[in-house]
Ligand binder design. Structure first.
Ligand SMILES: *Cc1c(COP(=O)(O)O)cnc(C)c1O
Length: 359
């Protein structure tokens, strides 16, 4: 079986975990601090704040930007549910904008049309490892005085004109096992804003600045040092993992026939969290079935856009049409692209796809 995702855990991670367990400090401590410093340096920002997951990191980042009841956050509907749910947790409302069909990312040409009095932030989601058009987004944000919270949960070390995803506004990363690097569960917030950094640290730890004095509502969103030890060991491998994903993607780009391969605009550094093709003419589900029969895992990210999820429709009253988002949900299929695929695995996938598509 060729799996769609596979975390790569080596002796370094195992040894680091054992050291933490032996150290007596297993909750948030020195490993978490070291992981935060390494992550900030990788991302090219001044501060990084670890959290218990990408979801809690998104929630924390929104609260640190004082987003709450009555506010609106502009984002994409073609993403994992956590992007929009985190806006709901903060008490605000996600406002969805259609995607650019070539990149699967938010179409920056549609953002200004949905800006209202209530708009507080833009949350671009760098989907599948490809950054959004951050020049356009930052200039809209500046013009309307909006915060930018980048959902970079799938884009560790991806670049936009040489600059890292998560370094433009406040960045948020996930460290879930399927992501480009993992800490088992975990998240990270990146920022150059000292006030945001301080606020995130307080929210993460029960609104506590002075021990057992609570000035605001906070949460337990801390990372443990056991998780940080895994994450820190993975940090040293990120560049190699991403290079392997990029090489796998290049092989697919050069060899796949009959499907639409991913588009990477010039000067964008795609890190291929997913390698997502479009399968035209309603053949997507049959191709997926054929791959499965050949022992090849594939996945649909995402079959139902957020604005069409039953909770959003029935409970929150969303009633809108986003044609490109809905088209993408019908046509996309993600193929295995993780770093531990062999050349033989890649050839197996290519042969199975091309055979099905009649190439
Ligand atoms: C994985 C992911 C999240 C949530 O991260 P968790 O660590 O699973 O909580 C949020 N947004 C996107 C785009 C993701 O892919």
């Amino acid at each position: 079986m060729i799996n769609i995702a596979k975390p790569v855990i080596g002796p370094e991670e195992k040894q680091a975990v054992m050291e933490v367990l032996d150290s007596g400090i297993i909750a948030q401590g020195p490993r978490t601090k070291a992981f935060e410093e390494a992550f900030a340096s990788m991302c090219g920002v001044q501060y990084a704040i670890a959290a218990s997951s990408g979801t809690t990191a998104l929630h924390t980042a929104l609260l640190a930007h004082k987003i709450g009841a009555g506010d609106e956050v502009i984002t994409s509907s073609f993403t994992f549910i956590a992007s929009a749910n985190s806006v709901l947790y903060a008490g605000a409302r996600p406002v969805f904008v259609d995607i650019d069909p070539r990149t699967f990312n938010i179409d920056v040409n549609h953002i200004e049309a949905v800006i209202s009095e209530r708009t507080k932030a833009i949350m671009p989601v760098h989907l599948f490892g490809l950054p959004c058009d951050m020049d356009a987004i930052m200039s809209i944000a500046q013009k309307y005085h909006l915060a930018v919270i980048e959902d970079a949960c799938q884009s560790h070390a991806a670049t936009f004109y040489g600059r890292k995803a998560g370094s433009f506004g406040t960045g948020v990363f996930s460290l879930y096992p399927t992501k480009n690097i993992t800490s088992a569960e975990g998240g990270m917030i990146t920022t150059n804003d000292l006030a945001v950094d301080e606020s995130c640290r307080v929210i993460r730890n029960h609104g506590m600045r002075v021990r057992y004095y609570h000035d605001e509502l906070g949460y337990n969103f801390r990372m443990t040092d056991v998780h940080a030890a895994i994450g820190l060991a993975q940090m040293g491998k990120l560049e190699r993992f991403n290079a392997a994903r990029q090489a796998n993607a290049r092989f697919y780009n050069e060899n796949l026939r009959g499907v639409v391969t991913p588009y990477t605009p010039t000067d964008y550094g795609h890190v291929f969290h997913q390698y997502t093709i479009r399968v035209p003419d309603g053949q997507r589900d049959a191709l997926r079935e054929a791959l499965k029969e050949n022992g090849i895992g594939s996945e649909i990210y995402y079959p139902v856009p957020i604005h069409k999820q039953s909770f959003y429709v029935n409970e929150l009253g969303y009633d809108l049409t986003l044609p490109e988002t809905e088209n993408a949900a019908r046509e996309v299929l993600s193929l295995p692209v993780h770093p531990s695929l062999s050349r033989e695995d890649l050839e197996t996938v290519v042969n199975a796809v091309n055979h099905f598509m009649g190439g």
